[in-house]
Design a protein around this ligand. Structure first.
Ligand code: B3K
Ligand code: ZN
Length: 871
């Protein structure tokens, strides 16, 4: 289990100009022949041995250089070492044998249901053929696929250049991708597939064929993704000036997939759950997620494929940027403030915990043992926040000039985050040297703000102090460049106040203060009355921002802030403080906060002007995972109890108001996925949640909705809320739902999730659920729906006092590690927080962590997380 370090980066000794593959698929194996047209890297004086990567799924049958067989190539780990070559050009030919049917890791070439497909990022291509499998080796690929004729679709990257029959009831197809690409973007699919077609005309008038391939029974679930794809293509032209570059863009839906989707050049491969949708079986959340992922993978065509990463430490270069792009796309398609609330919720509940835990790493890590462990919330979501800060500091217009320069200057190259930041600095003239620390330092910075008001001078002085906690390997942090967007609200007038300032770090047009020093003060003049500052508007930086607000200050922000994101954020702060005070049994304080929270909730409920989607989010208490980040030691069962009690109390105190919302938000039109309707449904489910909590017969309202609803959002929402009562009527409804949907894989996955998250679910119950025909160890979606949902979203079940939840998870990790180490490693997350808990929980989790680490032959992925967690 050796770490790889950024500082050891060395350019490739040899380059591959052309890659010619012939992949022959047979019933029980596959043969891969490769012809690589190579040359020594002209940028280097010395070249040394020719080292190819060859994974352990690959049985080498033959390898030759310029026609001369290499008799005994040295194989060390994943390296295949051939003698140094001095020729200015040479050809390497190899033939290997694979067993795709036995590939349970779902990396390289594998079988999913009735089809064969590939997943190469990050290092899966070496499981297909010996190759310099690193992102800074770019090559033009020509791929021939041969398979039994029943597999009617044979696909690979680029354009189709030939197809035809072969002997023995077999056929072939040949593909050529004119754009040089790294091996991680290679893809191949062979299957019996149905194709839904569409087309898109680019800004410059070129027509692009769009094809979405599915297994035939999913044909009815392709329309939405194709429409989303066209919206994304148009948006990328309008907002970034990026056109699609091939004549054909293909998406394939596969049922067995380790993550959401993959941006292979011209041939995106998607987890079925992240692309298939229709109005009867998909929830509002599902539609929004699918639209975002389709856009994300499409956007990678420029941010990732045309301009790619030099090495895997630069992963955030493509992922952070592309998440920022998809997030802005969603904001433009629907409601900007709401998208911001959802993104920030994810960041605060999960990324902040990662950044405060044993796996904390900068968005550009310095080292890793298993690169798959670094496809994290930090690299993706915090990475997107860092790009967003650049956007905030530069403004939209300069940012666009920066991205144009980046795409133009580095087209066809593999580059670094410095290259990206340098373009932004160059076009704007802003010194981003200090800003680059966001790429280098881990941990969530804190910004503590205090204020003084001088009545006579009418000045409000804001004092800022920033700090950042130590993280593994980084005891001390240098100050960050933090954009703090702010405004003021008059305490008496309850109106936004204008002000002036002479501070050179304040961008008056955008109301953004650039905090660069460890401490700084911002003097605001012409402040005509005492004011409540509205800080970190729109979450202008991924930090914790603290200000000594009174409960009444927060309530004022909730009701009257002219920044709707901060209305939500103030409510989150108020609820968080209330919950922490309740957990810590700070009686007097807790009671006062609770009353303020109640009156703020009541005011929000009564606000007739608020967008229902915003209202639903303001009324949602912060998740337990977020509250658990605020104090330590955490007793997870006590936290769950306090959280439930507070929700119940608010539901009871405001029962009449909730009833009114419940009836006012009943559906009065047929289902459509669009912002206004989705907001109404979200609010309706909020009111239903309160109804179920407030009285013993409240579940009947859930049953009524389940029976009446014409859509999956409300049906599932009703089943989830009703599950808190879990009476025989609920069992019947769940059985009815199963019978209705058992042939729809995506709905079945949701159904499993509802079962696993049901309050009262125990390890014994989950074990029983895993005997159900719907569960399967070799399908990652099913594992996530049952095991993932239970250990991450069922606190009472997972943290059961007898430790059964922890034993269950450790057993599952050990079992999965032998089958699919990426999925096993992902499941370790709940254990990473073990030091934050009360001693009894710590001891029980530690024992399980040690048990996981004991066996020999543990994968790098699980080893890295568990050993770092125990350190
Ligand atoms: N780039 C892929 C993720 C690959 C994960 C490999 N373990 C999907 C995406 O981010 O778009
Ligand atoms: Zn991505």
């Amino acid at each position: 289990h050796q770490p790889i370090r950024l500082q050891d980066y060395a350019p490739p000794a040899y380059l591959v100009d052309e890659t010619h593959l012939c992949v022959q698929i047979f019933d029980d194996h596959a043969l891969v022949e490769a012809r690589l047209v190579m040359r020594p890297n002209p940028a280097l004086d010395k070249h040394g041995a020719l080292i190819l990567n060859a994974g352990d799924e690959v049985t080498l049958e033959h390898i030759e250089v310029d026609g001369a067989a290499v008799a005994d190539p040295v194989r060390e780990g994943e390296s295949l070492i051939l003698p140094a070559i001095s020729a200015s050009h040479f050809e390497v030919r190899s033939r290997v044998r694979l067993l795709p049917d036995q590939n349970t890791r779902l990396e390289g070439l594998y079988r999913s249901g009735g089809m064969y497909c590939t997943q190469c990022e990050a290092e899966g291509f070496r499981q297909i053929t010996p190759y310099p499998d690193r992102p800074d080796v770019l090559s033009v690929f020509t791929t021939r696929v041969e398979a039994p004729s029943e597999y009617d679709c044979l696909l690979s990257n680029g354009n189709p250049v030939g197809m035809g029959p072969l002997e023995n009831n077999r056929h072939f197809a040949e593909w050529h991708d004119p754009f040089p690409k790294p091996s991680y973007l290679f893809a191949l699919v062979a299957g019996v597939l149905d194709c839904t077609e569409d087309s898109f005309t680019t800004a410059s008038g070129k027509s692009v064929d769009l094809k979405l391939y599915t297994e035939p029974h999913n044909r009815h679930k392709t329309r939405f993704a194709l429409e989303a794809l066209k919206r994304a293509m148009r948006w990328d032209e309008q907002v970034y000036g990026r056109e699609y570059d091939l004549d054909l863009f293909m998406i394939v839906a596969v049922d067995h997939f380790n993550m959401g989707a993959m941006e292979n050049k011209g041939l995106n491969i998607f987890n079925s759950a992240c692309v298939l949708a229709d109005e009867s079986s998909t929830t509002d959340g599902g539609f929004e997620l699918i639209e975002a992922i389709v856009a994300h993978e499409y956007f990678h065509n420029w941010s990732g494929n045309r301009v790619t990463c030099r090495d895997w430490f630069q992963l955030s270069l493509k992922e952070g940027f592309t998440v920022f792009r998809d997030s802005e796309f969603t904001a433009d398609m629907h409601a900007r403030a709401v998208k911001r609330m959802d993104d920030v919720t994810l960041l605060r509940t999960q990324q902040f915990a990662e950044d405060a835990g044993p796996m904390a790493h900068p968005i550009r890590p310095d080292s890793y043992i298993e690169i798959n462990n670094f496809y994290t919330l930090t690299v993706y979501e915090k990475g997107a926040e860092v790009v967003r800060m650049l956007h905030t500091l530069l403004g939209a217009e300069a940012f666009r000039r920066g991205s144009d320069l980046y795409f133009e200057r580095f087209d066809g190259q593999a580059v670094t985050v410095e290259d990206f930041v340098a373009c932004m600095a160059e076009v704007s003239g802003i010194d981003l040297t200090q800003f680059r620390r966001w790429y280098e330092q881990a941990g969530t910075p804190r910004v503590d703000v205090t204020s003084e008001y001088d009545v006579a001078a009418q000045t409000l002085t804001l004092h800022f102090a920033q700090s950042c906690p130590a993280t593994p390997g980084q005891p001390d942090k240098a100050p960050f460049h933090i954009p703090v967007k702010l405004g003021l609200l008059g305490r008496q007038s309850r109106l936004p106040l204008s002000f002036t300032t002479e501070h050179s770090g304040f961008d008056a047009a955008n109301q953004v203060f650039s905090l660069r020093a460890e401490e700084d003060s911002l003097v605001l003049s012409d402040v005509t009355e005492p004011a409540v500052p509205s800080l970190l508007r729109d979450f202008s930086a991924p930090v914790v921002c603290d200000y000594p607000y009174s409960g009444e200050d927060l309530k004022l922000l909730v009701i009257a802030d002219d920044n709707s994101f901060n209305r939500w954020s103030a409510m989150q702060t108020l609820a968080t403080r209330t919950l922490v005070a309740l957990v810590q049994q700070a009686a007097g304080e807790a009671d006062e906060l609770r009353q303020t929270l109640l009156s703020a909730t009541s005011a929000v409920l009564a606000d007739g002007l608020l967008d229902p989607a915003v209202k639903a989010r303001i009324l949602q208490l912060p998740a337990q995972a977020y509250i658990a980040e605020q104090y330590s030691p955490v007793d997870p069962l006590q936290l769950d109890q306090v959280h439930t009690e507070l929700r119940t109390w608010l539901a009871c105190e405001l029962a009449a108001e909730w009833q009114q919302v419940l009836s006012a938000t009943r559906a009065d039109e047929p289902y459509r996925f669009e912002h206004r309707q989705a907001g109404r449904r979200a609010l309706h489910l909020c009111a239903l949640a309160a109804t179920v909590l407030a009285d013993d017969s409240g579940w009947q309202a859930a049953r009524e909705l389940f029976e009446r609803a014409d859509n999956m959002t409300e049906q599932q929402g009703a089943l989830r809320l009703w599950s808190q009562v879990a009476n025989t009527e609920w069992d019947t409804a769940m059985e009815q739902f199963w019978q209705r949907w058992k042939s729809d894989a995506q709905v079945v996955e949701q159904w499993l999730g509802i079962c696993a998250q049901r309050p009262g679910m125990t390890v014994a119950g989950v074990n029983q659920l895993m005997q159900h025909e719907a569960f399967s160890w070799d399908n990652p979606n099913r594992v996530r729906s049952v095991i993932g949902a239970f250990v991450m979203r069922n606190p009472r079940g997972f943290h059961a006092a007898d430790g059964s939840g922890y034993r269950f998870l450790a057993d599952a990790i050990l079992k999965l590690d032998g089958m699919n180490p990426q999925i096993a490693a992902r499941l370790c997350t709940p254990f990473t927080q073990w030091r934050r808990y009360v001693p009894a929980v710590q001891a029980a989790m530690q024992a399980e962590l040690e048990r996981i680490l004991a066996p020999d032959g543990l994968s790098d992925g699980v080893y890295e997380i568990v050993s770092k967690t125990l350190q």
